[in-house]
Design a protein around this ligand. Structure first.
Ligand code: ARG
Length: 584
């Protein structure tokens, strides 16, 4: 569906043309003075110079031609040369009725749908998920849903950190604790046990212990490095043990991400890129873009015109070890082969900006992917505590994701239990839904690249620019609708109050906002829009007696309007990755 502002622009452009001016002057925008008008056009001011005519005269000539139009209630030429428009109620109702009945509210789909891989989540196996991974999951999931909404094929890839030193540390530590296990017996040729020799809680204890030990104990550190190396070159027992670590960790990760309403199509990790490392290096060498630098194999990525210094991208260290960048480059080759995407989009902490800049440049130089394939990195800011420092537990440790979710859920549960509006047996589920909205909206409503302060009181408030406020608006509408009955076939009627009109005008801008969010990969645009929409819906609800309206036809119009507001809000929060309860 064409955007409302574009439809009006076309009509006004024609009027400019018919009045003898260039159609290009007829561009209409949403008014920045809503007290005066709904839409405006400032083209007469620019046209004045070209046609050597007073701007007001031009505006008047154009306005005169538009007087008969069924689109407008009023068209005014105002000094020094503005054109101010108010939309006709019938025209607005017809537009919204089209939107109501159209697939996806008439949001224009991508003309050439793309295949997009989004690399987000990025947890490190056997290390607990912490709030640093939270933002990647929340933002990545939203972008995936947003890109999908426009008709693209989107593959969410978790890209686990499952191949590094942390694996060697765990293996070395286990070897010290349980040397009798068959994984450590080089002469063992039978089947390894089906049961993992640890639980997830044990695993989560083993890693930090081993990591601390390696910092003090050189012999142990060397053992861990050797174990990592042996694993990577395929030692049978270590590989079997690694499989068990993966099995236990992945089950736990799936549980954790499910609790966040986040899911991945692809559960690959750094380890899966291993077979692509040699071919990738070969390709780089053949492209002639590698250099030896102090024994390391690197790709210089500095370019003429760079204002800052960009260190070379290291492929292989002098001791033969490969690095984070090596895996990322190999993964690009793997993805091109497996998915042949049109775009790869990475969502990580902005402290990795330099890393991705190096990787992208090296990938281009080595022609690991066709020119047309787009590489993007969204580097998000840090989630800070009220003290402005990276968020920690009260004890000062790194907050685990599970603990964080539990804390907000508990906070919200106490609130709704107090309110007494939710049935006893629905309190758990309702608290969970509200907590998710608080957490996700609290994150997504900020410009992603900025740091933000995690404030449980503010995020969980039912009033103000919060997730729970959006849910509250939806729940209110649901309650009216449930008392009204079936509203699904009711058409939108022309507005009969300023509140109805303003709600309708805001609804008509859904596609505009979604497109902006899509273009800029900016979920905060959706948040700002639904906050405005919820405000309009609440105002309308306050000023309109919906259920007690005696005129049935009018009443049906009101109900149709709030039903559309609810549908648009629900679609929006689904993109943001949360949902509304029945009551709250
Ligand atoms: N595991 C990494 C970390 O915890 C994030 C991985 C992001 N994705 C990537 N392709 N590098 O920092």
């Amino acid at each position: 569906m064409e955007k409302l502002v574009d439809l009006i622009s076309e009509e006004v452009s024609k009027a400019f043309e018919n009045a003898g001016f260039d159609a290009g002057f007829g561009k209409v925008t949403v008014s920045n003075r809503p007290d005066l008008c709904e839409f405006q056009c400032n083209g007469s001011l620019a046209a004045a110079k070209q046609y050597h005519k007073a701007p007001i005269q031009i505006a008047q000539e154009v306005a005169a031609l538009l007087q008969g139009s069924s689109s407008f209630e009023s068209v005014d030429a105002c000094p020094p040369g503005f054109l101010n428009f108010k939309l006709s109620p019938d025209y607005l109702a017809a537009y919204l009725e089209n939107m109501r009945t159209a697939e996806k509210f008439g949001v224009t789909q991508e003309a050439q749908p793309q295949t997009i891989v989004i690399d987000y989540g990025g947890p490190n196996v056997a290390k607990p998920l912490h709030v640093g991974h939270l933002r990647s999951a929340i933002i990545g999931e939203t972008l995936k849903r947003l890109f999908r909404f426009f008709g693209n094929t989107v593959i969410g890839d978790i890209h686990m950190g499952d191949w590094g030193l942390q694996m060697g540390l765990i293996i070395a530590e286990l070897c010290e604790r349980q040397p009798e296990l068959p994984y450590f017996d080089d002469s063992f040729t039978g089947d390894y046990p089906a049961q993992a020799p640890f639980t997830i809680s044990e695993l989560e204890e083993i890693y930090p212990t081993a990591s601390a030990k390696s910092k003090e104990d050189e012999v142990f550190a060397a053992k861990a490095h050797e174990a990592t190396h042996q694993l990577q070159i395929g030692k049978r027992g270590y590989k079997a043990l690694w499989d068990k670590i993966m099995e236990v960790s992945v089950a736990d990760l799936k549980k954790n991400y499910a609790s966040l309403n986040v899911s991945f199509e692809s559960w690959l990790g750094e380890s899966d890129a291993e077979p692509y490392i040699a071919p990738m290096i070969e390709k780089m060498k053949q492209a002639g873009v590698t250099e030896l630098s102090e024994g390391a194999l690197v790709v210089p990525v500095q370019e003429a015109g760079d204002t800052k210094e960009l260190p070379p991208c290291i492929l292989v260290k002098s001791d033969g070890a490969t690095l984070y960048a090596t895996t990322d480059l190999a993964t690009i080759m793997q993805r091109m082969q497996d998915n042949s995407p049109d775009r790869i989009f990475y969502v990580t902490d902005k402290r990795q900006n330099l890393h991705f800049e190096q990787v992208f440049r090296a990938a281009r130089k080595g022609a690991l992917l066709p020119e047309a394939v787009r590489l993007d990195h969204l580097g998000f800011g840090t989630m800070n505590g009220k003290d402005g420092k990276p968020f920690k537990t009260r004890a000062g440790g790194v907050m685990r994701l599970e603990a964080l979710i539990a804390e907000i859920t508990e906070f919200v549960r106490a609130k709704i239990a107090d309110n007494g509006t939710v049935a006893q047996d629905k309190i758990d589920e309702t608290a969970r839904l509200i907590a998710m909205a608080a957490l996700k909206y609290g994150d997504l409503s900020n410009l992603a690249t900025k740091d933000y302060i995690f404030d449980i009181d503010r995020f969980s408030a039912f009033e103000g620019n919060t997730g729970p406020y959006i849910l509250y608006t939806i729940v209110r509408i649901k309650s009216i609708l449930s008392r009204y009955g079936d509203a699904s076939a009711l058409p939108i009627l022309p507005p009969d109050s300023p509140e109805a009109k303003s709600l309708m005008l805001t609804l008509s801008r859904f596609a505009d906002n979604l497109q902006l969010a899509y273009r800029d990969a900016a979920p905060n645009v959706i948040c700002a829009y639904i906050y405005e929409l919820a405000g309009c819906a609440n105002k309308f609800y306050h000023e309109t007696k919906i259920l007690t309206e005696p005129d049935e036809k009018k009443q049906a119009g009101y109900v149709a309007l709030i039903a559309l507001a609810k549908a648009v809000l629900e679609t929006s929060i689904d993109i943001l990755g949360f949902e509304a309860p029945e009551k709250m």
